[in-house]
Each structure stands twice: as C-alpha cells, then as structure tokens.
Design a protein around this ligand. Sequence first.
Ligand code: ZN
Length: 123
Amino acid sequence: MRLSDAIREGCRYTTKAREMFFGDDVPNTACALGAAVLGYNHITYDNITTLDLARVWPELTLEPERAMVTTCPDCGELTVMLCLISDHLNDRHDWPREAIADFIETLSIDLTPAPVVREAVPA
Ligand SMILES: [Zn+2]
C-alpha cells in the first residue's frame, strides 16, 4: 500500500492530531503519519517511531544516504527529509491530512541508493 493511500485510509477512522502519531488524550486521533499506520495495519502502537514507518515506506527513512529530501510546498522555507515535511505540514501549516497525502503522491520517489563514489588511487 502506498504511503499516500495509507494516510487516506487512516483518515477514515480518525480525526487530526498534532505533534504526535496518535492522540494520547483524545481517542481516534492521528497525525498524517499516524493515520498511515492505522490505514496500513488498523492498529495503533504505543511506542512507534519513524524508523518503524521507514520499514514499510522507505521514502520516510532518516538514513542520510537514502533519505528523500523535499521542500515545504507551503512556505518554501524548509527543505528536509520527507517524514519531517509531513510533520511540518500537519503541525505548522495545519494542512488536512488528505492534502498531505496528495502532496506526497506528486513526488517522484526514487529509492535507489546513491552510488558510492571512490577516488581513483594511483597504483
Ligand atoms: Zn512550511
């Protein structure tokens, strides 16, 4: 299941949460990425991390050599890894989670690891 589709699916069961994957005080709330987890697995987790999400959706990885970096489509002032842009749109710009899913779907996602470049060494 694509990340954007998982977010949309999770939005069917939840209302929006901020600054956390799942709302602690209000049941059935989730941020965009929390909604993706619910949409994919239909369960919540107490201690989920972005590392867990990246196992399902590699485009969310925090590994510098593989991370997908993009610029905030709202303010254009922030260029960071996709998982952080999602949080930024969700929390700072208050985008609807479905709009975040639409944005993610527009990205050209290339998960090919960057080539290793080695210096030529004289024999
Ligand atoms: Zn922004």
